[in-house]
Ligand binder design. Structure first.
Ligand code: AMP
Ligand code: MN
Ligand code: ZN
Length: 861
């Protein structure tokens, strides 16, 4: 691109800035148009580029996320991914000097002219037939061209393959998703692949297609061994073939289709003569062997082998994404040192460094999101100019830049502006802002196979995006007894089979549409209706606008299923359902607000479950205080008269059984059960202790055996009483039924739609149980599984009163706010990283109910 035209554009912008003083909006629009129409890549010979052809790729191996590249896993080998998948094969070639590529003897005379036709390969059947042809060859020559300006990592835009008979030009853009058809011939150790300077090609083929080269002869390596004055292909072409090439074509935009005649000729040239040149060089290597080794006695130095060994060493390289401690740091360091070598005072230096780093971080993220090269987004020169001038308005930003602003700069000018203006803005805030933009339905950042993983990482990030939370298995080892208790808990309560399927389907803007099985994914992929954005677990993005698309309300959550992992830390091995809104409140919600429970029931691993539970219990106590409704009800029976005395429920604490505090139903029932069963045989000290607990419930008066029996039922709803009665074989005397607690507003739970039998595994924690073991025998006897479930409902009366207050004061809105608060508590406690898409603190739970829906509030029961 001519620098002059850039200068002109820049001048135009500077002029435009004055105009913009009158109307900034007009300028913005103009700039936007300009950057759209302006060609930032050359077009040659009438060829044209469809806007960003990589957007059509359906499978992308190297995405723009910060996660490391995943290499091919061969099913036949249990090899770990850090190893080269063909390590064994290549090692063999490196160690076996006897292996000499057959072409040395076979293809003595390679035709030198390029007058014959070439084959343009751009369909799958053509590629398959090419694979067939190549599998019958002993040697073929390869070169690739890649495009890197309008892509973050770059992609292979063309592959040239020449056999002795034919030149093939493979459209690796059109065939991007099926290039693995060539994987076997490239990996076949019996077929020699001739390259010139293969270092990049080898890695690009891995990055784009998981193609690994095994058995290679690199003519550049041969030049090295032969100590040629030059080792460029241009030199070899001229010396051996008498062909003069214009290597400037190397930098053409190889995405253009159709390719110009000139580019086709150039591309063919790069592979066509390689077999001939390789032949010449190998003969030289062999003759060097005989001439020079004659002076050696004993071990022969095999020059040909050395060239072949060095070539195959190149094959052993593995592609890896570049990494840096945090985004933009390496670019920032180099920009700073290149630009500011003069002496500056320390304060100025750190200020400059800071802003350059922020600009580089911003550029890095923008380039990844939009799949553009760094230099396309914003040049190094512009970054230093901006850092020095710190322009304060968008128009000045454009004026300060050394190139005409890219569409990315234009469409994100507000962010850039904010970044330059606001020196306190941290990188984290910046990324958060960008993410919000992205999540905004009219946000302009695209979702593609390239940035899908990046955006989902950003979405789940809170705090430090570059230190992702440890997965469950990486957690610190726990101490013996706690671990044993944990294991037991997992065994007992974790879900026995996957709760959800885990293939995901996304809409083109990144909204999660639904979860489904693998079959459904394949169905879309095979019909070209979707592209793969993630492999494990698989996810696709639809290429069409789905009909039943969730709108932007909260409802979309309901058409989804969820992943079978802890929504907090990602643990996959075990998980338990967790209710974000505690049942003691939820069970008292009006029916129409109760219908959305799947949103507020998530899977958590045992550790996260415990954390969440503790936070919830803490918050419950706060609710109790704020509403003036104790967690537990202390009943005082006074000559048949009863009144409820409020006491803040700290009583699930093991130390607060007696005194004036309330008693938790769990402790009460446990104590009563122990006294009924073993009262006569237990040490008197223990008996007195347990008696204190029961007495506390009865207001300190002496308790009878009947009181003990009544105490067994405290905190249960009628259903549970019935079940409990059956199980224990206890009679249901009229006394139990008419317990004053019922009159005092204990909930009737029949028909409220909550299934309490699956409630039990919820908001209990293994260490609660563990910690409470202090009451030894009594506790162990008393805490039967059913009791444990029932203990949950001990907060039932509290929940009921709280919900009643909410409804009375604020109506439905009060309940919704209350739910939001619980979600906040949950998020605050866990900082969950894997919440399903569509999960939302603000989830309103409002939904249109069908006329016949059981949830329809107007429906008469
Ligand atoms: P070659 O190995 O000459 O076929 O080059 C392969 C690819 O490397 C080209 O398509 C370019 O994308 C890239 N490339 C090689 N040399 C340069 C260069 N000097 N400047 C820019 N890109 C280059
Ligand atoms: Mn080339
Ligand atoms: Zn977890």
């Amino acid at each position: 691109m001519a620098g002059g035209s850039r200068e002109k554009t820049r001048a135009a912008i500077v002029v435009a800035c004055f105009v913009a003083a009158i109307s900034g909006a007009i300028l913005l629009r103009r700039l936007r148009k300009r950057s759209r129409s302006r060609s930032r890549s050359p077009k040659i010979g009438g060829g044209s580029i469809e806007e960003k052809p990589q957007e059509k790729f359906k499978r992308v191996l190297a995405d723009n996320s910060y996660s490391p590249f995943k290499h091919l896993k061969r099913d036949d080998k249990g090899s770990p991914t850090e190893l080269h998948p063909y390590e064994e094969e290549i090692t063999y070639l490196l160690q076996n000097p006897s292996v000499l590529p057959d072409f040395v003897s076979d293809n003595g005379n390679v035709p030198l002219d390029m007058s014959g036709s070439y084959t343009w390969v751009d369909t799958e059947p053509q590629l398959k037939s090419l694979a067939g042809i190549l599998s019958g060859e002993k040697v073929f020559a390869v070169d690739t061209e890649q495009h890197s300006f309008r892509s973050f990592l770059g992609f292979t835009a063309l592959m040239q393959i020449s056999t002795v008979k034919e030149d093939f030009l493979i459209d690796t853009i059109a065939l991007h998703d099926v290039m693995d058809i060539l994987r076997p011939v490239f990996a076949d150790p019996s077929i020699c692949k001739v390259f010139h300077g293969a270092d990049n090609d080898v890695i690009w083929l891995q990055r784009d297609f998981h193609i690994y080269v095994v058995n290679m002869f690199d003519t550049a390596k041969a030049c090295e061994i032969l100590s040629k004055p030059q080792k460029s292909l241009a030199y070899l072409l001229e010396v051996y073939c008498g062909v003069i090439t214009d290597k400037t074509l190397q930098r053409e935009d190889w995405r253009i289709r159709p390719l110009s005649m000139e580019m086709i000729k150039y591309a063919r040239c790069d592979a066509h003569y390689l077999l001939y040149i390789a032949n010449c060089l190998s003969s030289e290597l062999h003759s060097k062997n005989t001439s020079e080794t004659s002076s050696f006695s004993g071990d022969k130095l095999n020059f040909f082998f050395e060239a072949s060994r060095r070539s195959n060493a190149v094959c052993m390289q593995l592609y890896a994404k570049e990494t840096e401690p945090s985004p933009g740091t390496s670019a920032a360091t180099s920009i700073f040192s290149r630009t500011f070598n003069q002496k500056l005072d320390l304060a100025k230096v750190s200020e400059l460094k800071e802003i350059i780093w922020k600009l580089c971080a911003w550029r890095d993220l923008m380039a990844r999101i939009h799949d553009e090269s760094l230099r396309y987004v914003l040049s190094d020169q512009s970054i230093s100019a901006l850092a020095v001038k710190l322009p304060k308005v968008p128009q000045q930003i454009y004026g300060t830049m050394t190139e005409s602003p890219s569409p990315i700069v234009v469409s994100h000018i507000d962010e850039l502006h904010n970044l330059l203006k606001n020196s306190n803005l941290s990188i984290d805030d910046l990324f958060d802002n960008i993410l919000e933009m992205r999540l905004d339905p009219v946000g302009c950042c695209p979702l593609s196979a390239y940035n899908y993983a990046l955006l989902s990482q950003l979405s789940s990030k809170r705090g430090d995006m570059f230190n992702f939370s440890l997965s469950g298995s990486e957690k610190v080892a726990q101490t013996g007894s706690k671990r044993a208790s944990r294991e037991l808990f997992i065994k007992k309560f974790s879900c026995k089979s996957p709760v959800y399927h885990n293939c995901r389907i996304y809409a083109s803007d990144g909204r999660l549409l639904c979860y489904c099985d693998r079959k459904k994914l394949e169905w879309y992929l095979q019909r070209d209706l979707a592209k793969m954005v993630e492999n494990d677990p698989p996810a696709i993005v639809l290429l069409f606008e789905p009909k039943g698309r969730p709108d932007d309300e909260d409802n979309d959550f309901y058409i989804q299923s969820k992943r079978n992992i802890c929504v907090s830390c990602g643990e996959e091995k075990h998980y338990i359902r967790y209710r974000i809104i505690p049942s003691c409140y939820r069970m008292h919600f009006p029916e129409h607000l109760k219908s959305h429970r799947s949103h507020d029931i998530v899977l958590l691993c045992v550790d996260c479950h415990e954390k969440a539970h503790k936070a919830a219990e803490r918050y419950k106590r706060k609710v109790a205080e704020e509403f003036g409704v104790p967690l537990f009800v202390q009943k005082i029976v006074d000559s048949g008269e009863e009144k409820v005395i409020a006491s803040i429920g700290l009583t699930n604490n093991k130390n607060s059984n007696g005194g004036g505090k309330g008693v938790s139903p769990l402790h009460l029932r446990t104590a009563a059960m122990a006294l009924l069963r073993h009262g006569s045989s237990m040490p008197s000290e223990r008996r007195d202790q347990l008696m204190e607990t029961v007495k506390a419930y009865y207001g300190g008066r002496e308790v009878s055996e009947k009181d003990l029996e009544s105490a067994l039922l405290v905190g249960m709803n009628p259903n549970e009483r019935r079940r409990f009665g059956k199980k224990k074989g206890l009679p249901l005397t009229s006394d139990y039924k008419s317990t004053t607690l019922i009159k005092n507003g204990f909930p009737s739970n029949i028909g409220n739609g909550e299934n309490h039998s699956d409630n039990g595994h919820n908001n209990i924690s293994y260490s609660d149980n563990h910690d409470n073991n202090d009451s030894s025998e009594a506790c162990e006897v008393g805490v039967l599984e059913s009791d444990r479930r029932l203990s949950l409902l001990g907060h039932g009366p509290h929940g009921k009163l709280v919900v009643e207050q909410l409804l009375e004061k604020y109506g439905d809105e009060g309940i919704l706010q209350f739910c939001q608060k619980w979600r906040e508590i949950f998020v605050e406690a866990l900082q969950p990283q894997f919440l399903p898409g569509g999960w939302n603190i603000k989830h309103s739970g409002k939904r249109d109910f069908g006329d016949y829906s059981v949830y329809n509030p107007t429906k008469k029961v």
